[in-house]
Design a binder for this molecule. Structure first.
Ligand code: FMN
Length: 246
């Protein structure tokens, strides 16, 4: 089953697709996609992954720097990377030192509440209670198996690049998400991999002046799994936009 034919994926209750709206239109994909954390045991062909990246490379970037590098792992290499991450974290659960923390230590309101709600939604979908620390840890650890996806992507950039280039990399990653959805694939962007940045950099023999930002699980969604029914919400436009001069 592919994302485009999964009507239950429609997550925006206020949105009615205009007549003739292509199910794979950007609007439709943006309003219906959701992070996928359980996958079918079905291979994603090399050509499909290549096609996704071949589309995403047309993302804009300041001065057209194209400050992105992608490593795609499947098969035995995916297993190897998974094993490596688990080993690295077994000896150091807090993760490796990073010049680029994933989020500030004291996340302010309303961001703290949003993060907490999203986590709560995931745990309740899989029946893990608030006080089940071991269950939560085991769940989070599934990140390092790419949530069971057959393909993993790791996104890197140059260490001396600043916030602008990281933002451009983010635009590229969003393009990958859209292109993957168009192909009927599901994905989950994963900052969890930031905990093993250095281990991965060495494993892939990346030069010291490059840094891995995050990973992505990619594959065909297993819609029978409750975790894939999680639907997050978003703020209304009025809550984050100032319109002037209209
Ligand atoms: C940059 C980025 C990093 C993320 N890191 C993780 C992660 O490490 N593990 C995970 O399960 N989900 C991760 N997510 C998924 C978010 O939790 C998810 O996008 C958010 O809760 C909104 O839900 P939705 O994607 O289903 O719309 C990440 C998403 C983004 C964009």
């Amino acid at each position: 089953m592919n994302i485009g034919s999964q009507s239950s994926l429609d997550t925006d209750p206020n949105w009615a697709a205009p007549d003739g709206c292509n199910r794979k239109s950007v609007s439709n994909i943006l309003r219906s996609r959701a992070s996928v954390r359980a996958y079918l045991d079905r291979e994603v062909p090399f050509e499909t992954v290549h096609q996704i990246l071949d589309t995403a490379r047309w993302s804009p970037s300041g001065s057209n720097l194209q400050p992105w590098k992608v490593i795609v792992v499947a098969g035995e290499e995916r297993e190897r990377v998974s094993r490596l991450a688990r080993q690295a974290l077994a000896g150091n659960p807090a993760g490796e030192d990073s010049d680029y923390p994933v989020a500030p230590d004291n996340l302010a309101s309303p961001f703290r509440e949003r993060r907490s709600l999203a986590a709560q939604q995931r745990y309740s979908a899989v029946g893990i209670s608030r006080d089940d620390a071991a269950g939560r840890a085991a769940f989070v650890e599934r990140n390092y198996e790419f949530w069971g996806a057959p393909v993993g992507l790791l996104f890197a950039t140059c260490r001396n690049f600043g916030h602008s280039q990281w933002a451009h990399l983010g635009m590229f990653i969003q393009s990958v998400v859209l292109a993957a959805s168009e192909q009927g694939l599901g994905c989950c962007v994963q900052e969890a991999w930031a905990k093993v940045r250095e281990t991965l950099r060495r494993h892939f023999s990346l030069p010291e002046d490059e840094v891995i930002y995050c990973g992505m699980a990619l594959g065909y969604p297993d819609w029978s799994q409750p975790i894939n029914s999680v639907r997050t919400s978003r703020e209304d436009v009025a809550n984050f936009t100032t319109f002037l001069g209209f």
